[in-house]
Design a protein around this ligand. Sequence first.
Ligand code: AMP
Ligand code: ZN
Length: 480
Amino acid sequence: MGLHLFNTLTRRIERFEPMAPESRKVGMYCCGPTVHDYAHIGNFRTFVLSDVVRRYLSFRGYEPHHVMNITDVEDKIIARVGETGSTLSAYTRQYEEAFLNDLKELGCLMPHDMPRATEHMEAIIALIQQLVDRKLAYAAADGSVYFSIARYQEAGCCYGQLQKLDFDQMRPGQRVQSDEYAKDAIADFALWKARTPADGEVFWSSPWGEGRPGWHVECSAMSMQYLGSSFDLHLGGEDLKFPHHEDEIAQSEGAGVQEPGKRFVRHWIHGAHLQVEGKKMSKSLGNYYTLRDLLDQGFDGRCVRFVLLSAHYRESFNFTIDGLKGARTALGRIDECVSRLAKLAANAEASDLENQSELTKGFTSAMDDDLNVSAAWAAVFDWVRETNRQIDQASLTAQQAATEHQAWLAVDQVLGLGAGKDSEEEDIPQAIQTMAQQRQEARNNRDWAEADRLRDALKEQGWRIEDTPDGPRPRRIQDI
Ligand code: AMP
Ligand code: ZN
């Protein structure tokens, strides 16, 4: 059937066709983090989605080129730089590093390019200049430059492609300069923001004076620099549809750099939000968890990844700690089955029939259908049940086991769970190791009450202590 994806631009599920089918190359851009603070796991739902899209494209024989920008200059960042007395780069690099560590912990592949906005000023200014030259942008008296929606529409272009817009109701987006009086029309958005005293030392020179770019134009300039003026896939969370992505289209297509008949982006993918008790997880509501919050509670990155991948990307769902515990149990089942399979396969060679495995077939047809992960998980867990049954009945030969194991490894190239590692090699989170050590110390001190308390606390987190020849060792409880 081939890969089918919902396209926000057409509001339809479409067969995915890359622009250059003969080379199988696919350009994909995902709006990256604004590095003003630690990202929360809601943000990571969107980044894990991008990772799975990229991995699934590879699984289907494409060659994705994955670009994710780093927004390292923006209003909140500038405010924090001012408050902390830090420099822009010192301030943003710490959060960029934390973000990339979290991305790794969540089993995401590093994007092929991660351009920082501050290092692409030339391309950004050049794009603004093109828009000014084409009379789609104008400089205000203070040296800010705005994109004119009215002139864009007069040129025959459509503003409001990703989402139907009510122009009467339109209020300026959050990330535009608060000084609205400089603009011709309320809907116009800033491409360049003139320097103000509050910006401190954060500014660049431009033909319009000192200042800094607007957020939207950064993404247009960087995506086109790395992927060309027309590319295949653009991703982000659903909150970015408007104004951010709409403005990216207006700027990129307004610059008139595409070949005739070609769009800026062929296919737009938007991920639904991760919620907490029915509300979007967000910094402003304070209802968020960072990855480190969850690691400190003894969970690991793969549990969080599993949860983030548990629902269809176009459906929002509630994050709960119980959901994480459920993920741990589910992963334990997969791990156990895959390591049984690996032992049985021993050194047997897989046949080249792995594509015939029920796992591969079920997984591929589910994911081809607009990345239907619920059906994909059903295929995985049916396979786990059936494989365990066959192993119990000794009805699987070593070669069949090797083939099924191979099929799992291929599917896991997409899921990115690294499941099936021998539990001996399992990474034990630092918090769990510390608790296990404290329990041992309590036992050495004959403080049985404290030792029991720590044992129960470990159990609560899904771990038990097993005596091994090398001393006590935490082991994951497979079925809680
Ligand atoms: P930001 O760093 O605020 O620019 O956000 C980075 C990405 O996270 C964007 O693609 C947002 O759409 C996305 N995002 C923010 N909150 C959530 C959430 N609760 N669930 C899923 N994605 C989110
Ligand atoms: Zn963007």
